[in-house]
Design a protein around this ligand. Structure first.
Ligand code: DUC
Ligand code: ZN
Ligand code: ZN
Ligand code: ZN
Length: 461
């Protein structure tokens, strides 16, 4: 006897499209097809689009910021927001403080997440300090215990590693079959431009974009690809935003360098114009890095999604409120470089993109599933447990309903006091979201008491 059965589903994976019923038992997909076994419960999808739950491999929850700003979302509010937007697995970050051993960093973030997550989760470890080599000694053991991905930064004073440390780290990760993620922007160029702009009196958030032009991103992407090639590592370049950076990635891939590209909603749906408001309370909302680019650049990002150069579409949810706990932690009139970088988007990621898919058909639904669920799960060792609808997979399933919806922050479930997409129309939103076989979201209502998300250890590559 099945626990539940979703009948009349119009199912899409990255490879197939078909009509079938889905049988669920013990949180897993047990049967798929027609004439399934008897079930205790039957849900009728009425031939609506049914997709695997989203896998968001780039979101920051409850992360230490290194200053007095605070992230608004912890694991509870962040994963609640995720599932209400059709994402059913997340990989968040465990940040190594300088001098800290990685095991202690992980324990810290496990404590934050334990019994606090609505959906299953895992961690990438952010490495900020090789700690005289001790950090490298921890890596093989960590990969064996399911922490198989490591993020590094080329910029931000408190986070960045120099190229030599990146090489040593990549080499160690690669030899132990781990996976790397990198934030690629040239730190010295940003520093010089920032100082120059400030010395000329240019302080407004608009100059955040001026201080991080596209070519300082593409320079760093090229360098990251070179370091990757040197030690034969596998690496995801996160939040790729610009035409030149995509070009370098396409070339590197053609030369068999094992790099992958992630992009995010802000590079499709926001632009530098959002930073132009004279009202700093408005423009500060869009400060993220790399910054939103020109309207013109958006079509290059679309083209790279269409031609397969984008492997993953993540949110890069970085939840800072637009008040003194977040964007304005430093003062009411901060200089552009004093505003925390990052914008919320864990709940809107899936609908924003799927809505474009359905209305403009620029890419098809299978491509959508590929970059929002399948590839994120595959690259990070979660597939086929996550990211697909197939027998044996976890029953993480979304029934989508087509309807005209205007995004309003008051209807979202994160703890951030704004959404950069306020007022934007979408044509689709989750109707029902199943997480490990349980209906956690149903037509706008959240099943309030279920916080049964668990840590998922991930296999090496
Ligand atoms: N990079 C991220 O990956 N997230 C938030 C801010 C940033 O610069
Ligand atoms: Zn159950
Ligand atoms: Zn980054
Ligand atoms: Zn990020």
């Amino acid at each position: 006897m099945l626990d539940s059965k979703i009948i009349n589903c119009h199912i899409f994976t990255d490879e197939e499209e078909y009509f079938a019923d889905i049988g669920i038992e013990n949180g897993k997909i047990k049967e798929l097809g027609k004439n399934l076994s008897e079930s205790k419960k039957i849900i009728d999808a009425h031939n609506k689009i049914v997709l695997p739950g989203g896998v968001d491999t780039h979101c920051h929850l409850d992360q230490h910021t290194g200053n007095s700003s605070k992230m608004a979302d912890n694991f509870k509010s962040g994963t609640k927001s995720a599932i209400c937007g059709g994402t059913t697995t997340i990989i968040s970050f465990a940040l190594q403080e300088k001098g800290e051993c990685l095991t202690s960093a992980i324990l810290d973030y496990h404590e934050k997440a334990n019994y606090n997550a609505y959906c299953d989760y895992s961690f990438h470890i952010i490495i900020t300090d090789l700690n005289k080599g001790k950090t490298l000694d921890e890596i093989p053991g960590l990969i064996n215990r399911g922490y198989s991905s490591f993020k590094m930064y080329m910029t931000y004073e408190e986070l960045k590693l120099n190229d030599f440390d990146i090489i040593r780290l990549l080499d160690c990760i690669s030899r132990n079959r781990g996976f790397a993620l990198i934030h690629a922007e040239n730190d010295e160029c940003i520093l010089w431009l920032t100082n120059t702009l400030l010395s000329q009196g240019f302080k407004n958030p608009y100059y955040h974009a001026e201080s991080r032009p596209e070519y300082i991103e593409s320079e760093a992407v090229n360098r990251a690809a070179t370091l990757c090639r040197l030690v034969n590592a596998q690496m995801l370049i996160v939040h790729v935003s610009s035409k030149e950076a995509f070009k370098i990635i396409a070339e590197a891939k053609a030369n068999n360098i094992k790099i992958f590209a992630e992009t995010c909603p802000q590079y499709l749906f926001l632009s530098t114009e959002n930073l132009c408001s004279k009202d700093i309370k408005e423009s500060a909302k869009y400060v993220c890095s790399p910054p939103p680019r020109s309207v013109d650049n958006q079509k290059f990002v679309w083209n790279n999604i269409k031609n397969g150069n984008v492997d993953i579409f993540s949110s890069d949810h970085a939840p800072y409120c637009n008040n003194s706990s977040g964007k304005f932690f430093k003062s009411n009139t901060p200089n552009f470089n004093e505003i925390p970088n990052g914008i919320p988007g864990i709940e809107t990621r899936m609908s924003l993109l799927l809505s474009e898919v359905l209305t403009n058909e620029f890419i098809n639904i299978k491509d959508f599933v590929r970059i929002t669920s399948v590839n994120p799960a595959k690259l990070f060792g979660l597939y086929p447990q996550k990211g697909t609808i197939s027998i044996g997979s976890d029953a993480d399933i979304v029934i989508w309903k087509e309807a005209d919806i205007i995004i309003k922050n008051k209807n979202l479930h994160h703890n951030v006091d704004y959404t950069p997409y306020e007022g934007r129309k979408v044509s689709v939103w989750p109707e029902m979201v199943f997480v490990n076989g349980h209906i956690l979201y149903n037509n706008g209502f959240l099943n309030p008491h279920v916080c049964t998300g668990k840590f998922i250890p991930r296999s090496p590559r």
